[in-house]
Design a protein around this ligand. Sequence first.
Ligand SMILES: Cc1cc2nc3c(=O)[nH]c(=O)nc-3n(C[C@H](O)[C@H](O)[C@H](O)COP(=O)(O)OP(=O)(O)OC[C@H]3O[C@@H](n4cnc5c(N)ncnc54)[C@H](O)[C@@H]3O)c2cc1C
Length: 465
Amino acid sequence: MSEPFAAPVVIPNPSHPRVIVVGGGLAGLAAALACADGGARVSLLEARPRLGGATFSFQREGLWVDNGQHVFLRCCTAYRRFLSRIGADGKTVLQDRMSIPVVSSDGRRGMLRRNRLPAPLHLAGTLATYPFLGPADRLRTARAALALARLDPLDPSLDGRTFGQWLAEHRQSHAAIDSLWNLIALPTLNLPADQASLALAVKVFRTGLLSHRDAADVGYAAVPLSEVHAAPAARALARAGAAVHLRTTARRVERLTADALEVSTEDGRLEGRAAILALPHDRVRDVIPAEALADPEAPSRLGVSPIVNVHVVYDRPVMDVPFVAGLGSPVQWVFDRTGPSGLDRGQYLAISLSGADREIQERAEDLRARFLPALEALFPAARAATVERFFVTREHAATFRQTPGTRALRPGPRTRIPGLYLAGAWTDTGWPATMEGAVRSGLAAAREALADLGRTRPLPQAVPA
Ligand SMILES: Cc1cc2nc3c(=O)[nH]c(=O)nc-3n(C[C@H](O)[C@H](O)[C@H](O)COP(=O)(O)OP(=O)(O)OC[C@H]3O[C@@H](n4cnc5c(N)ncnc54)[C@H](O)[C@@H]3O)c2cc1C
């Protein structure tokens, strides 16, 4: 990785316009690569000493730990293409057929599994046999799913109320909400149904579950997260001639002339024809000129929603599947991270807790007192096992708070300043704040920048319109 403003591995054509990308999360990485592929000279500035943004790994006492379990679905096409572009698609697992084991604290087990029929019939079989719903709930759930599939996520009125209100109107019981709707809504929207925007829920359920039979096949990293994103992206950027400047915090971006923007950092100033700000939403206000946005306060009004991961290493295997969703338990989803972590004995489980307003405040010893018995209830083998390590990772601002009313606060890629663009999972992608949304936002900003710069070379990675 280059030092601030050092030369890239491949020297790009100096006559090509320079694009400065600020932020090295998935949005910035996707934007930088697309701009380089489109023939721009790219300089990527990242404040931290590493790339990957909200997706990263670190070492703890010899164990590779992800900051938080990350999952994608087969319908995350831009993210999957990004993985291919950086040569990392072999570093993830993607199910051949959606298959989600569900375990309840009273010992019952179920499976949400699609069949090979076209959508929405691909879920009919699993719904008919799902043990956590009675016959009346199954029927009402199927009706609600069909009604949901008819809603248009772009209908502005849907962002005026919560998914929970809609579910109540469609006579969904607490059992159906807990055992089915929230099982999907909570991890994808990072809020429970009673708080989440109906518009975003419709996007998730329509795109992920109800449109194509294979859309919800589940994928996750087979190696530490930084090996899926940061390391391969750094290599791809170097090969594409982009310069990456780590430990470089952008302070301010300003338009100098009709043709030039300047990004100032602690180390100096960098001039480019265009700049893409791919920053977290709560950081944009510090860097962007107020006149760039119709409502300069909009990004910070998006709020934040936390994710907490509880990490437990047992001296022996206690869970016999790669991941499980928990019911009637504080455990939402739990993943076996033994292989990626490099653990050579025992089993490493990572419990992923979305919408974790309670857990973000809870002391590690209190989480331990709550979650170890909860794991024992889900996995009886844990009762005889010894806990060798227990620790917690917390992300206070994992995503913006995806409540009703947020659609209007998410700007598109263009700002009011020519040559200055926005990216980030929080921008108006139509998707919730996810890896897919981040990549799409980066590609959308790159597409606008390249078009304005007159670079019409087709991009190797398809850019969603
Ligand atoms: C614990 C956790 C679990 C998650 N689970 C999932 C999941 O299962 N599936 C899923 O799809 N999504 C998940 N997400 C969401 C997903 O990770 C994010 O939506 C996505 O990675 C955001 O990418 P981004 O590029 O928009 O922003 P970020 O990743 O936040 O990148 C912004 C970058 O800008 C840098 N920066 C900030 N200020 C400056 C500055 N002044 N100058 C230069 N650089 C700066 C930051 O250091 C950062 O690297 C999860 C997030 C977390 C935190």
